[in-house]
Design a protein around this ligand. Structure first.
Ligand code: XMP
Length: 315
């Protein structure tokens, strides 16, 4: 994409052909789907309906933050609360790829319901080129199943419309700037949400722990950035590990959970370096997580592995 204005004209023209009547838009709050949603509004006006799903797997304050972002971008949208169906879909599942498939399928079922409510079969998504490349197209090994690609069952009656599918991230950023979309994402966040940051089985309880730990890491890293102690990392988050571990609270030994903190530098997420973070920052994070989740999380680790050989998320 050399010329954003020309891309917009062409995308609008194609959307008007691909969507004969109405469409729903899967809007996650990320830059890709917000950009796709704004293009859809340009092309279809009120015939396009943007939906933001509260999956129960979101970070602290995310519904409010995303809603504010959509308002600032001038997007009309609706929040659909669906935590129960996502937790039901994930019940008892520990395998990371299976989690991604279940979350993807739950999204598709929900979109099918919402689409039939307004009498359409068109679903507009913000899929970009690396999503389907990493999900394993022809002759490619699957690196990971992106929920917006791998979760579409063959028998779904939804017809996907993907106006950004040939673009790379830097091109989407340029397009978003051209469309006047304010940048909101402080850092990338996986489509399947905190399900990716809860290793092992996903329960509302465990997601709540991951949510609290993620919020603490975000707050303390942002404080350290504001105080000039570290440069702004590419990503900074907490992962609830699959194994249990022994700790002490008061006079009791408890069999609690362990959290790994991940703070990485990167330019495109293809490679990443574990950041050298001052011990005092890590100590505060560990102290807060074990205090604010007393008896639940008893151990905090810092992941010093680069990508490769590790990935950024733990899954
Ligand atoms: P990994 O863990 O493979 O992640 O090193 C690379 C980057 O991708 C983000 N990520 C996702 N982004 N949908 C997304 O849009 C997803 O399903 C997804 N899963 C991981 C991850 O946070 C990192 O920035």
């Amino acid at each position: 994409m050399n010329d954003p204005a020309a891309f917009v004209d062409e995308a609008v023209r194609r959307l008007q052909i691909e969507v004969p009547d109405r469409a729903i838009i899967a809007a996650s709050g990320g830059i890709d789907s917000t950009t796709a949603a704004i293009l859809a509004e340009k092309a279809l006006g009120e015939r396009a309906r943007a939906i933001f799903v509260d999956t129960g797997l979101l970070r602290a304050g995310e519904v409010e933050r995303v809603s504010e972002h959509f308002r600032a971008a001038g997007l009309r949208f609706e929040v659909v609360r669906a935590a129960d169906s996502f937790f039901a879909a994930l019940d008892g599942v520990a395998d990371p790829e299976e989690k991604r498939r279940r979350v993807g399928a739950a999204f598709i079922r929900l979109f099918e319901t919402e689409a039939s409510r307004i009498g359409t079969d068109r679903l507009i998504q913000g899929t970009i080129a690396p999503d389907w490349i990493e999900s394993g197209g022809a002759l490619r090994d699957t690196i990971k199943t992106h929920h917006n690609v791998g979760g579409v069952p063959a028998d779904s009656r939804l017809v996907l419309v993907e106006p950004l599918r040939d673009l790379y991230k830097d091109e989407v950023r340029a397009l978003a700037r051209h469309l006047g979309i304010p940048s909101a994402e402080r850092q990338p966040f996986p489509g399947p949400g905190l399900a990716v940051r809860v290793n092992g089985v996903v329960t509302p309880e465990r997601v709540r722990r991951a949510r609290v730990a993620n919020a603490i890491v975000e707050e303390e890293v942002e404080r350290a950035v504001a105080g000039g102690q570290i440069p702004r990392p590419w990503q900074y988050f907490a992962v609830l590990l699959a194994s249990r571990t022994v700790g002490v609270t008061g006079d009791n030994r408890v069999h609690g959970e362990a959290v790994s903190v991940r703070i990485v530098e990167s330019v495109d997420a293809m490679t990443a370096t574990a950041m050298e973070v001052p011990r005092s920052v890590l100590r505060t994070i560990a102290e807060r997580i074990t205090r604010e989740l007393t008896g639940e999380v008893v151990r905090v680790l810092y992941d010093v592995t680069d990508k490769p050989p590790a990935t950024i998320e733990w899954e």
